[in-house]
Design a protein around this ligand. Structure first.
Ligand code: SAM
Length: 298
């Protein structure tokens, strides 16, 4: 059975009385080369386990089941379960789990299903949960590799380098946790129903240690978010909200100079290392001031 054949898709879904849900981001693949390439390039081999998000009708699940030892696939839409029972009837190494990927404890699920094994995550992600789903996958620390299809613009943003117009707080966040690469583009015509935008498949390889070592991760990301929240402002002006009044602008300008940065620089030009260095200097100054304050009150 051709799980990417449009006629087959329509007939199978009609037989089960299934209707696509726009709100669940249901755009199913109609180009067989796409799940084949995802399965071939996700890093999994015959010994690996794979967690898939959103199997839909099962075209990617099927390819993953051929590549890996075991596949667990989390699907939110119960209406797809009878469809998957039919389309994956001969795949003995696949288990479909009902649930919302954003509400599941992914580390616990991987531990429960694949204790002690190398696990990869794969998905043709529904667009509406791209950012939280990628964050949940990264923060679970459960995967050796994460290969996902996302909107092409999002793929470019995730993989963007410092200084480019696509570089964003989410680029810094993902690149802090993982090495990133765009594998290939997937035109909008490869789906039913056809979305308005093209897609791309990206591979994230989670790092054992973050790309930069910082003293205070919360402060690092507060500075990064503030820098991109007002990306047209100079960095010194944009980051002030990150300090909640605990540093003044003159102090921040001094710290920028100490980091060898132009005081008029914009946040979008800073590499992860430069953001890390700035965050550590801010952290040190905040600590010193707090210490002085405590001593003064004694
Ligand atoms: N993998 C199939 C394919 O490539 O043809 C379907 C991909 S479709 C873009 C996204 C799938 O994710 C749908 O099956 C949808 O029902 C499911 N889904 C949507 N939201 C979800 C969530 N929060 N948790 C788990 N699955 C979800």
């Amino acid at each position: 059975m051709g799980l990417c054949d449009i006629q087959e898709i329509k007939e199978t879904l009609a037989r089960h009385g299934f209707r696509f849900s726009k709100s669940l981001g249901q755009n199913f693949l109609t180009a067989q080369w796409v799940p084949e390439r995802i399965a071939a390039q996700c890093g999994a081999d015959a010994k690996s386990r794979v967690l898939e998000i959103g199997p839909g009708m099962g075209c990617l699940t099927r390819e993953l089941a051929k590549t890996a030892a075991q596949v667990a696939a989390v699907e939110l839409d119960r209406a797809l379960f009878p469809v998957l029972e039919e389309t994956l009837a001969d795949c003995e190494n696949v288990e479909i789990i009902h649930g919302d990927v954003l509400k599941i404890d992914l580390a616990a699920l991987c531990q429960q299903k694949f204790a002690g094994q190398t696990v990869y995550a794969c998905a043709n992600l529904p667009y509406y949960i791209t950012t939280p789903a990628i964050s949940a996958l990264l923060e679970s620390h459960a995967f050796a590799g994460i290969t996902v299809m996302v909107q092409k613009e999002v793929a470019q943003r995730i993989c963007a380098s410092a200084g480019s117009s696509d570089y964003s707080a989410f680029s810094v966040y993902v690149q802090y946790h993982a090495a990133v690469e765009v594998l290939f583009d997937v035109p909008a015509g490869c789906f039913i129903p056809q979305p308005k935008v093209d897609s791309a498949v990206i591979r994230l390889t989670p790092r054992q240690v973050p790309a930069v070592t910082v003293q205070d991760e919360k402060l690092f990301f507060a500075i990064v978010r503030a820098a991109f929240n007002q990306r047209r402002k100079t960095l010194a002006n944009a980051v002030m909200p990150a300090f909640g009044g605990r540093l003044d602008k003159a102090e921040v300008l001094c710290l920028l100079e100490e980091c060898g940065l132009d005081v008029r620089v914009r946040g979008e030009r800073l590499s992860l290392t430069e953001f890390g260095e700035l965050a550590d200097k801010c952290h040190m100054l905040l600590n010193t001031k707090e210490q002085q304050h405590t001593n003064g009150n004694e």
